[in-house]
Ligand binder design. Structure first.
Ligand code: BGC
Length: 360
């Protein structure tokens, strides 16, 4: 007995190491997941430098009109697995995912987010990781924040606390975007006051995750000067959105009053048109340099009612200009009314794809 058990000990000790090593190796090779064992989260990750991560974000696309609709599918888009493979294969490096978290949580304390909705977003994060795409979880269309932010602040912060804790152990390739396009009642100054509170809500569980934050008045470049950020927090990337000239990019858009009068507006890339884009994006780049923050152009594009030649020309020019200025970007959007991808046929609109991913 004695001999047997010491023999067993003798053989089992190295075996245990081999098993442990294999488990660790398997864990290392497994698809990236945020459900890591506790000992992983116990190690303080140094985090990724936000300028380096902005480079990694590179070229991206918005999976729009899906999860920021009141319910996924209500605006015609449901996200499928093959979209991620198509996006990665086309050469994009990230997806920005607009999400209406507020439509999937209790209205009253404790404001619990629906676990099924979390599971759906987990699946999106998994699909992005499986295709080596970075993913931005963007809080989008919390409309009540723009009409009554004092009445919704507690709920907004609670939702962020839940999201942050849920993804606390997610890989660094998952970024959070605080709130898409603050506007109206959530003025630039009200937004400035709120930003430190949102960041302070996220930081205990995600001390070094890079967060994306944009200025008031719809992330307009001209509002950057109003944005004040917690100086000590270095893990921030600043976002702007660009849709100028608006009469060109939003012609015929049914959510913009009077836009049918703009139908037929072209963008030929005249000197003046080019200088305007370069000037606006140049101002954003200059602000980033002065304030020591990387800049992310999180939305740009032209609606499908504009002529395709103009759209492609404009898209290519904005994307190349942003790249020359050191910005990452995401096209608005994948497969709906600005869509670069034809969901019905499962093919890219070649003119737009070429405009987006052609070499610098
Ligand atoms: C809005 C979309 C809109 C797009 C272009 C986005 O930020 O969420 O609804 O289509 O901007 O106007």
């Amino acid at each position: 007995m004695q001999t047997n058990s010491s023999l067993r000990l003798c053989v089992s000790a190295p075996l245990r190491y081999i098993i442990l090593l294999s488990v660790l190796l398997l864990a290392a090779c497994a698809p990236v997941s945020w459900q890591q064992p506790a000992w992983v989260s116990a190690i303080q990750r140094p985090g990724v430098d936000p300028f380096a991560q902005n480079q990694q974000l590179g070229r991206g696309i918005n999976l729009g009109n899906a999860l920021e609709a009141p319910q996924e599918g209500a605006w015609g888009v449901i996200i499928y697995e093959d979209y991620f493979t198509a996006i990665a294969a086309a050469g994009f490096q990230h997806v920005r995912v607009p999400i209406r978290w507020n439509a999937h949580a209790l209205a009253a304390p404790p404001y619990t987010i629906d676990p099924d909705f979390f599971a759906r977003i987990d699946w999106v994060v998994e699909q992005a990781a499986a295709n080596r795409l970075l993913v931005i979880l963007d809080f989008h269309h919390y409309e009540e924040m723009f009409t009554d932010h004092p009445g919704h602040k507690a709920r907004f912060l609670s939702l962020w606390k839940q999201i942050a804790e849920h993804y606390a152990d997610a890989p660094d390739s998952v970024l959070f975007e605080l709130l898409n396009e603050p506007h109206d009642g959530l003025t630039s100054s009200a937004w400035n006051e709120m930003v430190p509170d949102v960041i302070a809500t996220i930081r205990p569980s995600n001390p070094t995750r890079n967060l994306i934050v944009g200025p008031g008045n719809w992330y307009n470049v001209s509002q950057l000067y109003t944005l004040t950020l917690p100086e000590a927090d270095k893990h921030l990337i600043v976002s702007i959105h660009y849709y100028e000239p608006f009469h060109f990019t939003h012609q015929g858009a049914d959510w913009v009053d009077g836009s049918s009068a703009w139908l037929g507006t072209t963008w030929s890339g005249t000197n003046l048109e080019q200088r305007n884009v370069e000037g606006d994006l140049g101002n954003a780049a200059a602000w980033g340099k002065k304030n020591g923050r990387p800049i992310y152009l999180g939305e740009f594009g032209a609606y499908s009612r504009a002529d395709m030649d103009s759209r492609a020309r404009y898209t290519a020019f904005v994307a190349r200009t942003a790249e020359e200025l050191g910005m990452s970007w995401a096209y608005w959007e994948f497969g709906a009314s600005f869509g670069a991808y034809e969901r019905g046929t499962g093919t890219w609109r070649e003119e737009l794809l070429t405009a987006l991913v052609s070499p610098k």
